[in-house]
Design a protein around this ligand. Structure first.
Ligand SMILES: C[S@@+](CC[C@H](N)C(=O)[O-])C[C@H]1O[C@@H](n2cnc3c(N)ncnc32)[C@H](O)[C@@H]1O
Length: 389
């Protein structure tokens, strides 16, 4: 009988707006109707609205019984999230607080944990307000291992981080005794980055897979998927995934791996030329939405939206440099600074190399903080008007 009623309503063009309206107008009749709809056959987005509208009604007892009955049955998580949301907004009442806790431990689900943290923050935003920090007002060069030198920077004083770390042992400036030790070191530096980054702000890591030389013709070379492993260590350092932007280079600029296959055409010997690198975009874990970060700035600082990169594929030629073997093209730095920082922000590159990021940041009226360990590059950077710390 219930399903028939719901089906009739469906025929009568029940849509999300209609369900929302039922939620807004609080009455026993509307609540009963919504409870009936919950068992009807509707698309998931309508059912989600049904659960949300049930939560907006007034009869605590019926709402509590509904969640107790339906919340622990096998159903779509989208619906459970709405039930959990209701328990949060009614958590002033002990029975809903307990019910919410039960749902949270029953599902132990990451979205629900995040909802819980957001909810606590919204109730008491001051929880995150830490003591006043000294703003960095001049470009700084930190000389030495960034795991150590970053210790000089106060918590939460950086607004954006962009960097390209050593790609394991591909260049002379790094020589780790194992890939595991390399990742451990990178993770320690990322943890420092997390500490000094303002809540909710972005870090972007430019990496790509690398291959080691074969120790002899009888041995296979080892290929390392560095970008996959960086996901793990970024999470360990308390960042979460936002996007992957693919930097695409012209094919003639990258090493040729396809020649062997083109000679023989033998399946299994196929090795495509690698024209892409990843820009891993992550955000510092924070219990508030991005709007909170954005609203700290004047609308006057908005970008002009002509010529926006609308997809996650960015076509940029690589750059070569006589002194450094792996420099950023300026264009790459310009784009990330434009999309992920505001004028006046303090921006960090913990593996600065020749300092491309710092130069572009200055040009774009940001305040760069650079770290570099190699004396040859430090000497060059010292010519560029940076303060010591
Ligand atoms: C891929 S390069 C960065 C190049 C830079 N994006 C540019 O445009 O020139 C990585 C740099 O990190 C430096 N480096 C490696 N390990 C470091 C560490 N632990 N602390 C600071 N710098 C480090 C290397 O000397 C190298 O110059």
């Amino acid at each position: 009988m219930k399903c028939t009623l719901a089906k009739n309503y469906y025929k009568d063009n029940i849509n999300i707006e209609y369900i929302k309206q039922l939620g807004k107008e609080k009455s026993e009749g509307n609540l009963n109707k919504l409870l009936l709809f919950y068992n009807g056959i509707f698309p998931l987005d309508i059912k989600r609205e049904v659960v949300s509208s049930i939560g907006r009604q007034q009869n605590d007892k019926k709402i509590y019984e509904f969640i107790m009955k339906e919340g622990f049955k096998k159903t779509y998580m989208e619906l459970v999230y709405q039930m959990f949301r209701t328990t949060l907004y009614r958590s002033g009442k002990v029975e809903f607080q307990k019910l919410g806790n039960r749902l949270l431990s029953f599902y132990d689900n990451e979205v629900m944990h995040k909802m819980y943290e957001y909810f606590l923050y919204r109730k008491n935003p001051k929880l995150l307000n830490v003591k006043k920090k000294k703003k960095i007002i001049k470009a700084i060069l930190l000389k030495g291992d960034s795991e150590q030198t970053l210790l000089k920077i106060q918590n939460k004083t950086i607004q954006f981080i962009f960097t390209s770390p050593p790609y394991y042992n591909t260049r002379m400036y790094s020589d780790y005794t194992s890939y595991g030790r390399y990742l451990k070191k990178m993770c320690s530096i990322l943890k420092q980055c997390n500490r000094i980054l303002e809540d909710g702000r972005f870090i972007i890591i430019n990496v790509s897979p690398v291959i080691t030389k074969r120790p002899g013709r009888e041995f296979e070379s080892v290929r390392y998927p560095i970008h996959f492993d960086f996901h793990k260590i970024l999470e360990e350092a308390d960042f979460y995934f936002i996007d992957e932007i693919i930097w695409i280079k012209p094919e003639y600029t990258v090493p040729n791996r396809i020649a062997g296959y083109l000679q023989t055409g033998m399946p299994l010997s196929y090795k495509p030329n690698c024209v892409t690198e990843s820009l891993l975009v992550y955000r510092k874990k924070t219990p508030f939405l991005l709007d909170e970060n954005i609203k700290c700035y004047s609308r006057m600082l908005a970008n002009a939206v002509e010529n926006t990169d609308t997809s996650n594929c960015w076509y940029i030629s690589p750059k070569t440099d006589k002194d450094h073997p792996a420099v950023f093209p300026e264009k790459l730095c310009e784009k990330v600074l434009k999309y992920y920082s505001f004028s006046g922000d303090v921006v960090l590159d913990p593996f600065a190399g020749s300092g491309t990021f710092g130069r572009v940041a200055k040009k774009m009226k940001r305040i760069p903080v650079l770290c570099e360990a190699n004396n040859k590059y430090i000497k060059k950077l010292e010519e560029e008007n940076y303060d010591d710390f």
